[in-house]
Design a binder for this molecule. Structure first.
Ligand SMILES: N[C@@H](CCC(=O)N[C@@H](CS)C(=O)NCC(=O)O)C(=O)O
Length: 231
């Protein structure tokens, strides 16, 4: 039975920008699993109410559902043991857990500054007031005020990426010679930026950009086929 995944979309249903959803799209491709993705909007809460929470990604596998990108990766390795592993062993999973937490606490906040205002403009009209209200409450300021120091935040973000840059200068992937879920977690942040920011967050010649380009091309260009906001 084909897997189904609820995948956050912009007003244009073809634009899928969620970093957490991209982790799972890449993980499914890594495993060679077909998935039907369903464009989901922030305010479509009732559509995924069966999952007892209001966020995507949500994966549906027959009569089972799994929410949360990390839980989905764990589920896929358990439920599809004959497909390539996302976590080769307990130790690589522990390292990927560090990457996830580093991305979420050190990288994503800087990416959010770059994308917040342009992403708002891309959203479906029905999502806009919900997005503005929830994010402004979380930030304690307007979207515009939050994004106002995007240029300074970009310089900081590029410095923050140094551990990734140094690592990828001696090995092609965070997973070593082949990508693991750690790569897809990190890649999600760049795909979020690529679909939503009006500029490239990486400088030309950055080894991180070369790694990103490789991942954009993998799996028949699954991620690269998603239109970028910048050429
Ligand atoms: N820990 C969750 C986070 C999921 C999450 O925050 N999803 C966002 C999209 S990236 C969402 O659906 N937000 C809905 C909302 O804010 O109402 C995961 O890794 O999947």
């Amino acid at each position: 039975m084909t897997l189904k995944m609820y995948d956050l979309a912009a007003a244009d249903p073809a634009i899928r920008f969620s970093p957490n959803c991209w982790r799972v799209r890449m993980a499914l491709a890594h495993k060679g699993l077909d998935v039907e993705t369903i464009a989901w909007r922030f305010t479509d809460k009732e559509v995924i109410s069966f999952s007892q929470q209001g966020k995507t990604p949500v994966l549906v596998d027959g009569d089972r559902w799994i929410a949360d990108s990390w839980s989905i990766a764990e589920y896929l390795d358990e439920a599809r043991p004959d497909t390539p592993k996302l976590f080769e062993c307990a130790q690589s999973k522990a390292h990927a857990w560090f990457v996830k937490n580093w991305i979420e606490t050190a990288v994503n906040p800087g990416v959010a500054k770059q994308i917040i205002v342009p992403l708002f403009a891309m959203l479906d009209e029905k999502d806009k007031s919900y997005f503005r209200e929830t994010r402004e409450k979380a930030f304690g300021m307007t979207l515009e005020a939050f994004g106002a120091d995007a240029a300074d935040a970009l310089a900081t973000l590029r410095k923050t990426l140094q551990p990734l840059r140094v690592t990828l200068s001696t090995q092609p992937f965070l997973g070593g010679q082949a990508p693991s879920f750690a790569d897809y977690v990190a890649f999600g942040a760049f795909q979020w930026a690529r679909t939503s920011a009006p500029h490239d967050i990486l400088e030309e010649g950055d080894v991180v950009a070369a790694w990103r380009a490789t991942l954009l091309e993998m799996y028949d260009g699954l991620a690269g086929n998603m239109p970028a906001r910048v050429a």
